[in-house]
Each structure stands twice: as structure tokens, then as C-alpha cells.
Design a protein around this ligand. Structure first.
Ligand code: NAD
Ligand code: GLY
Length: 380
């Protein structure tokens, strides 16, 4: 086992946690490519006005579920800012984060006569966001897109930071591009219709930010999980805002994941293997990440001597959030093969995001045997 490198926490500009800051404007600092992250109970009539680029064709990409809730509202909101507004409705589900869906978007853009001035709007969760972002990254070698995240997971993670892509049979997100959105429009009001299981899955990505970056936020989550589960707007504003602050600080410091950004993948090496190995959709992404974080904590104890207290606190918080804490059984050789395909692997060696202490992560190579021991600890 070896801790591979310093991840560059010192590059991250992150102010201490304060629940009082939840109402302030937030943006991600990429110099001329900086963009706003609007969070709150938003007035969609203002969306058009807030965009710096208007006019021409807008194409809303959504799925049948989200389109039925919010499609009309978004199209109406965009009519004041764009000459023409079209909508493409895809089937709903992780299995549709695929080449076929990507091709549907590209075909629709061709049919609409979309040129380099087109703006795509990703209306939905992480699946629609990743897909639409990748379509925007590749249409005419890159056009503008705006993230309109409607799941908790998308509001706290996938809509921010510019990772876009699709899944392959061989693994999650294996094909994709870094392509930053022009804006993120995270209306907390959309979360009212989110099914409970999806809401809990989003909480896993919120919880993730504690162990890797901010244990004060983790403690706040322990105290406020009840309010979050009631979808209390003030508590949600704090949780979404702090998650985006952390994500923005990490990504601004390391856009292309040379080091620090890997911390956002805490639990994901195990989690992605669970998702792909059990079949996409069996465990939700957030559910798999939650169990993956427990496995990563156990491996951290073996490899880096992490205190046992954090594993117990994390376990308790995941249970409070309504998340599963044990993985269904999966053949171990399949588990290892999928983890070797992880994008952080190098020369066939799996590198895990592990914790040296609560709030601080490291990228570490671990033996297959110790990784499997951690898997077994959290498997039914
Ligand atoms: P999802 O996009 O499948 O949405 C979950 C479900 O909720 C879907 O059935 C969707 O139709 C429904 N839904 C969405 N908004 C709704 C609303 N407001 N009301 C009712 N139903 C609604 O799943 P997700 O959890 O949002 O995203 C998971 C995906 O995100 C995975 O593919 C994962 O790999 C990806 N992801 C990407 C990043 C990144 O940085 N790009 C980060 C984390 C996760
Ligand atoms: N969700 C991990 C990342 O954006 O890097």
C-alpha cells in the first residue's frame, strides 16, 4: 500500500462552513469561463434575463418524467430570450445514458438546423445533465449548455464542474468530456416532486463532502438530517449551497482531475463497480456511493489507520438519510475487474480515495485482498 501523492488541498479556496451564508450568490471561478450557480426558490421568468448569451435556438433536453413536471415552464421562460425553443424528450433511466440517446440528441440538433450558436438546456437529473452536456461538448466541437438540475444529486454534484458523458457495458462514464456549463439553475422547488428514494440517493452525495473536505458541515448534517428529510427549504438551501461551494472550490483548483478533484470520487470506485456489476438501475448511483463510502472507510482504517469513530458516524448518518448500508452479493472477480476499469486506475493498479483522517483524503493503491475485505464487511 502506498499513499500516492499530495492532492493539493492547499490550492482549494474554501471559506469555513457557515449556515448563515446560504442566501448569497455563488459562482465557480474559471476566469473568463466562470459561471453562476443559482440556488433557491427561483423565479423561472428571470432565467432568460440572467443568461449572458441569448437569441437563436434553444433546445431543451429532458425525459418524460421531468418534462411532464417542468418542461412547459422552462420552454415558456426561454421564449423571451430565444428566437426558437425546441424540446427533446428522452426515455427515463440510467440505462439511457447511452450512445443511442446521444445519437438521438445529435439527430434532433441536425434536424433543427442547430449551428454553433445553439444553447442546450439539460432539464433533469444527472443522467440528462451528463448526456446533454456531452452532446453539447461534441456538437460542432462544442456549444453552450445550461444545467437545470431537478434532483438533489444533480443540484449538489453533477450539474457543477463540467464532467459529461455516457456509460458503457464495461463501466460507468467511460466515454465523455470535460465541458463546463454556461450557468446552473438549481431551483429547490423542483425537489418537491422527487421520489423519496431519489432524494435519499442525493443525500449520499451531500454527505460525501464531509469526510473529504468539511467535518463541520458533516456535523451540521448530523444535527439537521431530520429537517432535510422533511425537505425544509432553509435546511435544503444550506445543504445545496455548501455542497456546491465545496465542489466549486475543488473544481476551480483542479478542473481536469490532476489531483485534488479525485476527492469527489470518495466511495465511487466501489460504488461504480456495484452499479455496473449489479446492472444499472438496480442500486441508484447515490445508494451505491453511500455503500462505497463505507467500504472506503473500512479500507482507510486498514491502509491509513483511520479512526473507527468516523465509520460509525457515517453508517449512522446514511441510515438516518434512508440509505442502504449493505451491498447485495456480487462475484468478487467481477468486482475487482470493474474496479480495475475505474478511471483513476493506472497500469492495472486500482487507486482508491481513502481518508487519512476525517476531512482529509488521499489517493492510495491498496491490495486486492484488503479491498475485498472492505467489500465483504459491507455486503449482505
Ligand atoms: P436521474 O437523472 O436518473 O434522476 C433520478 C430519477 O428522478 C429519474 O427517474 C428522473 O426522471 C427523476 N426526476 C428527476 N427530477 C425529478 C423531479 N424534480 N421530480 C420527480 N422526478 C424527478 O439520477 P440522478 O441521481 O439525478 O443522477 C445520477 C447520474 O448522475 C448518474 O449517471 C451519475 O453517474 C451521474 N453523476 C454525474 C456527476 C458529474 O459530475 N457529472 C456527478 C455525480 C453523478
Ligand atoms: N462527481 C465527481 C466530480 O465531479 O469530479
Amino acid at each position: 500500500m502506498s499513499a500516492l501523492m499530495s492532492l493539493g488541498y492547499d490550492q482549494m479556496q474554501l471559506a469555513p462552513f457557515s449556515a448563515a451564508l446560504a442566501q448569497q450568490a455563488l459562482s465557480i471561478d474559471f476566469g473568463t469561463r466562470s459561471y453562476p450557480i443559482e440556488i433557491g426558490l427561483l423565479d423561472w421568468r428571470e432565467l432568460g434575463l440572467r443568461l449572458t448569451h441569448r437569441g437563436g435556438l434553444a433546445v431543451v433536453v429532458t425525459n418524460a418524467t421531468v418534462g411532464a413536471h417542468h418542461g412547459l415552464r422552462l420552454r415558456v421562460a426561454l421564449q423571451t430570450a430565444f428566437t426558437e425553443v425546441r424540446e427533446l424528450v428522452l426515455p427515463d433511466g440510467e440505462t439511457f445514458k447511452s450512445w443511442t440517446s446521444l445519437q438521438s440528441i445529435q439527430d434532433a440538433l441536425a434536424q433543427a438546423g442547430a449551428d454553433r450558436k445553439v444553447t442546450l438546456f439539460a432539464l433533469g437529473g444527472g443522467v440528462i445533465g451528463d448526456l446533454t452536456g456531452f452532446a453539447a461538448a461534441t456538437w460542432m466541437r462544442g456549444v453552450r449548455f445550461v444545467q437545470v438540475p431537478t434532483t438533489l444529486l444533480a443540484q449538489v454534484d453533477s450539474s457543477v464542474g463540467g464532467k459529461t458523458g455516457i456509460n458503457l457495458e464495461a463501466g460507468k462514464n467511460l466515454v465523455g468530456a470535460f465541458h463546463q456549463p454556461a450557468a446552473v439553475w438549481a431551483d429547490l422547488g423542483t425537489l418537491k416532486t422527487l421520489p423519496t428514494r431519489e432524494f435519499s440517493a442525493g443525500l449520499a452525495e451531500v454527505i460525501k463532502y464531509g469526510p473529504v473536505a468539511d467535518m463541520a458541515f458533516f456535523a451540521w448534517l448530523e444535527d439537521n438530517m431530520g429537517l432535510l428529510l422533511q425537505r425544509d427549504e432553509r435546511a435544503l438551501a444550506v445543504a445545496v449551497r455548501r455542497s456546491c461551494e465545496i465542489k466549486a472550490a475543488v473544481v476551480a483548483a483542479d478542473e481536469y482531475e490532476g489531483g485534488l478533484r479525485a476527492i469527489l470520487n470518495f466511495g465511487h470506485t466501489f460504488g461504480h463497480a456495484l452499479e455496473a456489476g449489479l446492472g444499472y438501475g438496480e442500486l441508484l448511483h447515490g445508494e451505491a456511493v453511500g455503500i462505497g463510502m463505507l467500504m472506503a472507510c473500512s479500507l482507510s482504517s486498514t491502509c491509513l489507520g483511520l479512526e473507527a469513530g468516523l465509520l460509525a458516524r457515517l453508517h449512522k448518518l446514511l441510515v438516518m438519510a434512508g440509505l442502504p448500508v449493505r451491498a447485495p452479493r456480487m462475484p468478487e472477480d467481477r468486482f475487482l475487474a470493474l474496479m480495475r476499469g475505474d478511471k483513476k486506475s493506472q497500469a492495472g493498479k486500482v487507486r482508491y480515495v481513502l481518508l487519512s483522517r476525517p476531512g482529509v483524503a488521499q489517493l492510495v493503491e491498496a491490495s486486492d485482498e484488503s479491498a475485498l475485505a472492505a467489500v465483504r464487511t459491507h455486503t449482505v
